[in-house]
Ligand binder design. Structure first.
Ligand code: O7M
Length: 215
C-alpha cells in the first residue's frame, strides 16, 4: 500500500496548519514546497512537526554540488526529514544532496520525470531513464515520477528496482489512484485535498482508495 503524501501548497500559514492537523490522521507525510515555505518561512517545519508526520521539502534543488549541499543542510537543520532535488544537473549535484541527507539522517528523492504536459518536452527520449539510473548510483532513496503517465512510471520502475517512487499528479492533474497505486510507494496529492470543502474527508477518501490496492 503506497503512502499518501499531502502536498501542502497553501500560502496562508494558519490555514496550512489547520489543514495539516485535520488531515494528519489520514496521511503518511507532508510535502512542503516553495509556495508555503516562501509565505511562512522555513520555520514552518517546526510548526508542522507537531503533526508527528515526516516532512518532505520539495525545493527541487538544482544547482552546483556545493550550493546544493548548503541548501540541503539548511532544509534538514530546519527540521525536514527529506529533500527533493532535480536530477538534470548531473550526478555530482545529486550526490551532494544525498551526502547532506546522510549527514542529517534524512532522505533524498530525485525528480526523474514531471507530471504536467510540458514534462514530456525535455524528460523524454531517455533522459528520465538516465536520471533514474543516476539516482540509484548516487545512493538516493528514490525518484519522483508522474502519476499522469503510469506507463512511464512502469518503465522507470525498471531502472530503480526497490528504490521508492513517489508520484504526483493524482486528482486535479488527471492521474488516478487506481492506475498508479500498484506501481509506486507514495502518492502525492495537493489541490484535491487542500482545496476540497472538507480536506480531512478528502484525505480520508484518498487513503481508503489506496488501501484497496495491493502494493
Ligand atoms: O495535486 P496537485 O496537482 O495540486 O499538486 C501536486 C504537487 O506535486 C505539487 O506540489 C507539485 O509541485 C508537485 N509535483 C507535480 O505536480 N509534478 C511533478 O512532476 C513533480 C512534483 C513534485 O512533487 O516534485 C517533487
Amino acid at each position: 500500500m503506497p503512502d499518501l503524501i499531502l502536498a501542502l501548497d497553501v500560502t496562508e500559514k494558519k490555514k496550512a496548519l489547520a489543514i495539516a492537523e485535520a488531515c494528519a490522521p489520514h496521511i503518511d507525510a507532508i510535502k512542503v514546497g516553495y509556495p508555503l515555505a516562501l509565505a511562512a518561512g522555513l520555520s514552518i517545519a517546526g510548526d508542522l512537526k507537531k503533526t508527528g508526520l515526516p516532512l518532505i521539502a520539495d525545493f527541487k534543488v538544482a544547482d552546483i554540488p556545493n550550493t546544493n549541499q548548503l541548501i540541503c543542510d539548511q532544509v534538514f537543520l530546519a527540521g525536514f526529514s527529506a529533500i527533493i532535488c532535480q536530477g538534470f544537473c548531473g550526478m555530482d549535484s545529486v550526490k551532494a544532496c544525498v551526502a547532506s541527507a546522510r549527514t542529517h539522517h534524512g532522505e533524498c528523492y530525485v525528480v526523474a520525470e514531471m507530471s504536467h504536459p510540458g514534462g514530456k518536452e525535455f524528460f523524454s527520449g531517455g533522459i528520465a531513464e538516465q536520471i533514474a539510473a543516476n539516482a540509484v548510483i548516487a545512493g538516493a532513496d528514490g525518484i519522483i515520477a508522474p502519476a499522469t503517465r503510469p506507463d512511464r512510471v512502469a518503465v522507470l520502475r525498471g531502472f530503480v528496482g526497490d528504490k521508492k517512487i513517489l508520484s504526483p499528479g493524482v486528482g486535479t492533474q488527471g492521474g488516478s489512484v487506481d492506475s498508479i497505486a500498484e506501481l509506486v510507494d507514495g502518492i502525492i496529492v495537493g489541490r484535491s485535498i487542500y482545496d476540497a470543502p472538507d480536506p480531512a474527508a478528502a484525505a480520508q477518501s484518498y487513503a481508503a482508495a489506496r488501501r484497496r490496492q495491493k502494493r
